[in-house]
Design a protein around this ligand. Structure first.
Ligand code: GDP
Length: 475
């Protein structure tokens, strides 16, 4: 790789901690000039210690000193990590100073003034880890997911990918493809005997079981993974006074520790963020829509519809005591074929509580054929846990605490997987029609190329830049 040669020369440096005052701030340096940074700028507190022979992977206490004036800049802990046992596989130095941003910037400026050192680009440390072969591309991306994870579940996914989950799954598929390719190549070399060498049905079976099926399963996990990684938008709809705000508050109360308020996207909607079994859910309450508009009915329903269109799930809230009204049905119609949960609120009210307790449901199926109803009371909290389970299931297609989401591809992987599967399909058809082994081999190679793009073996510079530029500087 061309990029590799250039990177080997340059030493990069950056502040690795976020801007602003913190407990400590860390400057990270990677490349051949890294050790020189310490010899030039670091004075160990113990004067007997020779700065030129700092042992690897040991924190040392001392001062950063401006070599020009000799005056100390910060009291720090410094560490030298010898290649290749480092994050980037290069020589690495880290300086842990007091967290002040001005101090960190001054130290960084001294480092950048040195020969052969330049400022790191976003994600460049991780990019070097990839270019130097320490991690594959899926793991580099997992580092990014880890940094951006919003819930524990998202974090688990990232960690699973970081430890090579996706890569492992793909390497099994790759082995099967290589085995098929080997048979085809023997047949190419012995054209007179290819009829005996190739058992088309056997190869076809191998292809389906070892390639098509696992790739299709990976793709199916994508929707689920996206929701854990990027979160889901859920809209609470319903006519006035059914209890939308009460429901939102009740859900938030349950999750108090992890609630973050974010400003609503419009003046008359409230948007809050909560965590439902690990899915970061943005809940939009449309309570204000009606009150703020003049031609209430029309505008309310139109606004609800457009909000609903952008949502991953709509909760249509009904009032148990009021029964199904024309307005409820109009809202129901406006949601259309969208992912929808019918939620019946106020089951605590005396006029319905008995009925609900006796039947365990609300007998409204006729109004909403084929749609299950979830009964809740925003006031007493009854049914809220079941509602959260139902929301989770509607969003992910799996039950809470179902361990079936160990490894999920991201959008980039998805694109490559889709192309790979198209190629697999061509191989399958080719095998069915007993196509010439040369042609089959070309198709198998192209599938291997698609899979190589996921792990980074055959990725272009463009793909790499797109991935690493999403990182922050210093990572
Ligand atoms: P919104 O207009 O849909 O946001 O409805 P609100 O959340 O403001 O609730 C309307 C009224 O219904 C308020 O007086 C609430 O106290 C009441 N309410 C909401 N949820 C329940 C419930 O589960 N049980 C009972 N009994 N009253 C409720």
């Amino acid at each position: 790789m061309d990029a590799y040669a250039e990177f080997e020369q340059a030493t990069i440096a950056a502040i690795a901690t976020p801007p602003g005052a913190g407990g400590i701030g860390i400057i990270r340096v990677s490349g051949p000039a890294a050790p020189a940074v310490l010899t030039r700028l670091f004075r160990p507190a113990n004067p007997a210690a020779n700065p030129a022979s700092i042992p690897s992977h040991r924190l040392r206490y001392g001062w950063i000193v401006d070599p020009a004036g000799g005056h100390p800049l910060d009291e720090v802990m410094a560490v030298y990590m010898a290649a290749p046992a480092t994050y980037t596989r290069e020589e690495v130095v880290e300086i842990h100073g007091h967290g002040g941003y001005v101090v960190l910037r001054e130290i960084l400026a001294l480092i950048l003034a040195m020969e052969g050192v330049r400022a790191a680009e976003p994600g460049e440390f991780t990019k070097r880890a990839f270019l130097n072969g320490r991690i594959d591309l899926t793991r580099a991306e997992a580092v990014l997911d880890l940094l951006n994870a919003e819930t524990r579940q998202g974090l688990n996914l990232a960690v699973s990918q970081l430890s090579g989950g996706l890569q492992q799954q793909l390497s099994g598929v790759r082995d099967t493809l290589l085995a098929i390719l080997a048979v085809l190549e023997v047949a190419i070399d012995f054209p007179d005997e290819d009829g005996e060498i190739i058992d088309h049905r056997q190869l076809h079976r191998q292809l389906v079981e070892g390639v098509s099926r696992p790739l299709a399963e990976l793709l199916a996990g994508r929707a689920r993974g996206r929701i854990f990684r990027e979160g889901a938008a859920v809209v609470i709809m319903g006519r006035p006074n059914v209890g939308k705000s009460s429901l939102l508050n009740a859900l938030l109360r349950e999750e108090r520790a992890i609630v973050t308020a974010i400003p609503g996207t419009t003046r008359d909607t409230i948007e809050e963020c909560l965590n439902i079994h690990g899915v970061p859910v943005r809940i939009v309450d449309t309570a204000g829509i009606r009150e703020s508009s003049e031609q209430v009915e029309q505008i309310g329903i139109r606004r609800s519809r457009s909000l609903g269109e952008r949502a991953d799930l709509v909760l249509l809230l009904l009032d148990a005591a009021a029964g199904v009204t024309a307005e409820d049905l109009a809202l129901y119609e406006s949601v259309g074929e969208k992912n929808l949960l019918l939620v019946v609120n106020k089951i605590d009210l005396p006029e319905v509580a008995g009925e609900f307790a006796a039947q365990g449901t609300i007998p409204w199926e006729d109004s909403f054929p084929g749609r299950p109803l979830v009964g809740i009371s925003a006031r007493t909290g009854q049914g809220l846990a079941a509602l959260e389970d139902a929301v989770f299931q509607a969003l992910t297609g799996s039950k809470p605490r179902d361990p079936g989401y160990a490894c999920v591809p991201n959008a980039r992987h998805e694109a490559a997987l889709v192309k790979a599967l198209e190629g697999v399909e061509r191989v399958a058809t080719g095998l069915e029609n007993a196509l010439a082994p040369e042609l089959l081999a070309v198709e198998v190679q192209s599938v291997l190329g698609q899979l190589g793009e996921i792990s980074g073996e055959t990725s272009t510079d463009e793909v790499l830049d797109a991935i690493f530029s999403r990182f922050c500087i210093g990572k």
